[in-house]
Structure formats: structure tokens, C-alpha cells
Ligand binder design. Sequence first.
Ligand SMILES: C[S@@+](CC[C@H](N)C(=O)[O-])C[C@H]1O[C@@H](n2cnc3c(N)ncnc32)[C@H](O)[C@@H]1O
Length: 329
Amino acid sequence: MLGLPGIQTTKTIVEEYSASAEIVLHPGDVNRFVTSVPDGLVSLVITSPPYNLGKDYEDRVSIEKYLETQASLIAELHRVLRTDGSLCWQVGNFVEKGEVYPLDILYYGIFKRFGFRLRNRIIWRFGHGLHASKRFSGRYETLLWFTKSDEYVFNLDAVRVPAKYPGKRHFKGPKKGQVSGNPLGKNPSDVWEVVARDWEEGLWDIPNVKANHPEKTEHPCQYPIELVERCVLALTREGDWVFDPYAGVGSALIGAIMHNRRAMGCERELAYVRVARERIHAYFEGTLRYRKIGTPIYQPTGREKVAQVPTEWREQEQRRLLEKREDYQ
Ligand SMILES: C[S@@+](CC[C@H](N)C(=O)[O-])C[C@H]1O[C@@H](n2cnc3c(N)ncnc32)[C@H](O)[C@@H]1O
């Protein structure tokens, strides 16, 4: 068993799986590493796989070839999962010559082939991003939550969120007058807005604000630790193994360690492995900067300079109105 919740104790990070390990971060290819993981060990596989988008760390291949490679890894992930375990696969779109391929839909058939059962298709929504000019701007990604069987861990109480109207009461029937909600809060639903403005701006690499972002590292495609924490809390128990096959800068490992789970990850880019190790150490030292789970989403007050209509637009509008008035005179 790991330490008490919230108590930070340094743990050794090892590179290969062993029965006594608590944190494994393997620098290398996951397809080789996964073969060393015992059958039925892992309670949660959570990852954001390479999207085949031609990022610094990936070679772009055809969508068919990409999915074929992923299928052989998914077979192994099925093998290492416990019978009551879960798999969370976070993806966006693959875009080729302006055409959008929704990766979660393309992946779904592969997971079904291995007998996985879909429990939720979670929409992870964010308010900012690049503005498209030939289609509507993309503002969400999806997280497919599958279980290996019908007997699975789901701790709803651990992830309830504050209800909008906690004072709501039944207005008819035998419970008339009684409080209708749950004192622990409501079910967070399958639409998650777990990110604040600063995360989104960092994610989409808007200069000036990048340095202000609490979690942002040199990795071009991190997910927020908070996204992982919700899955870890809901889908695993203390001491369980959480595995991110494409660990990047270690966000999933940190989300697991924070809640006294054992963490395993694999990353083939050594620069990201280094950052992941640094972030895990920073967590134990209490210096890791991250957005705390449940922090309210930033809502502009209207007083911020960026929330105001630019003076140029107001002047243009005044000139247009004056011209219109002159036309009528
Ligand atoms: C989308 S990123 C994951 C980022 C991660 N969720 C985070 O928050 O840092 C995918 C990662 O998979 C790594 N990767 C790609 N193919 C790999 C392979 N065959 N074995 C191990 N890592 C791989 C890439 O280097 C990249 O860092």
C-alpha cells in the first residue's frame, strides 16, 4: 500500500516492471515494454495515443496503417487489464487534406473486436483554440471509457461535483418537500469542462500566456492532470496499477501517484521521459505546478481588456451608422 492520501513521500522510479515496483517509467517503445507486464495486473489503462498528426514525435502514415499498429497494442492492453479494469482512450480528429476522420469512431470497432464494453463516450470540451476558416472550429475531444467486463469499479461518490441547485426539493409524490439531491454533489455527466482558460491558451500555444500556464511543458500534446484524476478516482482503488502506454511528460502517472495508486508509463522520446521524471520528483517535493481538481472554470467578468470590443471596431461601427444616417437625410 502507498502512503496516506495527500501525504507526499518520495518513491523510486524504476525503468522496468517488477512485482515490488511502485512507479515504472520505461524509456522506450511500448510494443516491446508491454510484453513484460503480467496478465491481469492493471486496473486502469489511460492514454492519449499519438494521433498520426505529424507532430514532432510521430511519423505520419496512412490512417489504415495507423489503426492496424494500434490494434496489436490494444490486444496486449486487453491482456494486462484486470477483469474489473477499465481503459480510457482520449482522442481527437485526424485531418487529411481538409477532411476530418473522427478517431474515436474509427477506434470503436477495434475495441469491440477485443470484447471491450463502452460505458461512456465522454466529451472533453474546451472554449479556446485555433479558428478554422473552412469548417466550424473544433472545441472538443473525446475520451472513450471501456470496461473489460460487466463487473467493474465505479466510485461515483469520489468524483461528484457541486450541484447547481443543492436546495432543490421534490415537489410532489411521497418525498414531497424532501431535499432531492445528494449531499456529496451530482454526477459529473459525460461532458467534461475540466480545463481553465490558462490551460487552453497554453495548449493551443498562444504566445505571451504560455509561460503563465501551471502545467504546460515542452510537450505539444499534454492532457491536464485533472482529466486523469477523475478517471483514477472513479475507476480504481488505492494501491491499484494505472498504466499510460504513451506517457509523454507523465501527466497520467502524476494523476495516479497523487491518489496513492501505483503508476506505470512508457515513453520513447527521452526528452519527455526526462521532463516526466522531473515532474514526478517536483510532485513529491511539493513544487509541481498544476490545476487542482474541481477548480472552477474561469468565467470572464467583461471587465478584462480581451473581453471588450476593440476601439477600432467601435469606431468602424460609428462611421457606418453616421454614413447610414447621411443616406437618409
Ligand atoms: C499524445 S502524446 C501523450 C501526452 C501525454 N498524455 C501527456 O500528458 O504528456 C503521445 C506520446 O506517445 C509517445 N509515443 C509515440 N509512439 C510511441 C511508442 N511506440 N512507444 C512509446 N511512446 C510512444 C510520443 O513520443 C508522445 O509523447
